[in-house]
Design a protein around this ligand. Structure first.
Ligand code: ADP
Ligand code: ADP
Length: 231
């Protein structure tokens, strides 16, 4: 579960202050599928960085799985991060490693036993439909396929939460749709999915909860986008 209570994030720059989020209150329950929608500069990346422990909020409380991140001991950060899987907009695959190795490497650095890695990697690559392309390097895969490797890598640790940052940014519309279907399938087995995007169209093709951020504020939070449009 993700909980934001009166969260404000101010970036101090040399000669001014940027309020990226202001008094944000939000709850995302286990098993939900949520779009976080907003224009460029709305505060989406900041929202993600707070969840991923890349930034600390200036005021308020961020709670993930019952753990108050503002009171988290530094040494507990890696443990918290391992409960989340992230698919970055630019995929962040290692170009000299195959799909298999990219996923295996991510598991190896967290000291998962080799036996477990050997079972898990083909399994998660199979889940995303890349069972027959495990030996390809990233540049031998399409953009959509690279993204699916990134998703397989995010799933490798069996996270409770998957976060996708602008999943449609670097792939064509048809691939975006497939990616959303995949995320939806992942959600249907009980994994919480948060998709951050600036694309209205994408959001309206799926009947999911939409949290809209504008200028650092949540301006709407609706269970179904069709309803939001009617108003
Ligand atoms: P989005 O991801 O929706 O484009 P961001 O969270 O990146 O929005 O940014 C929200 C606001 O915070 C913007 O006004 C942006 O300029 C500002 N901002 C983001 N990161 C920093 C930073 N490191 N230092 C100063 N201002 C920042
Ligand atoms: P070790 O566990 O000693 O590293 P492995 O036999 O697991 O040796 O793997 C040797 C290399 O082959 C590793 O780089 C591993 O990532 C890669 N590898 C293992 N199985 C596969 C597979 N099914 N597809 C692609 N690469 C694989």
């Amino acid at each position: 579960m993700i909980e934001f209570e009166h969260v404000t994030k101010v970036y101090e720059t040399q000669n001014d202050e940027n309020v990226a989020l202001e008094d944000v209150n939000l709850q995302i329950d286990d098993g939900e599928f949520v779009f976080v929608l907003g224009h460029s500069g709305a505060g989406k990346s900041t929202f993600l960085k707070l969840i991923l422990l890349e930034e600390k909020c200036t005021e308020g409380t961020v709670i993930i799985n019952g753990q108050d991140l503002t009171r988290l001991k530094r040494r507990k950060i890696p443990y918290m991060r391992r409960q989340m899987g992230v698919v970055f907009q630019d995929f962040r695959l290692i170009p000299t490693m195959t799909a298999y190795e990219n996923v295996a490497f991510a598991m190896r650095v967290t000291n998962i036993p080799t036996r477990q890695i050997k079972k898990r990697v083909p399994y998660v690559l199979g889940l995303v439909g890349l069972g027959d392309k495990m030996d390809r390097l990233p540049d031998e895969l399409s953009g959509g396929e690279q993204q699916r490797v990134a998703l397989a890598r995010a799933l490798a640790h069996s996270p409770k939460l998957i976060i996708a940052d602008e999943p449609t940014g670097n792939i064509d519309p048809e691939m975006s749709f497939e990616m959303m279907e995949l995320l939806s399938a992942i959600n249907s087995v009980g994994i919480t999915v948060v998709v951050v995007t600036h694309e209205h169209e994408l959001v309206h093709r799926f009947n999911k909860r939409v949290v809209t951020i504008d200028h650092g504020h949540i301006v709407s939070d609706t269970a179904h986008p069709e309803v939001a449009e009617a108003y």
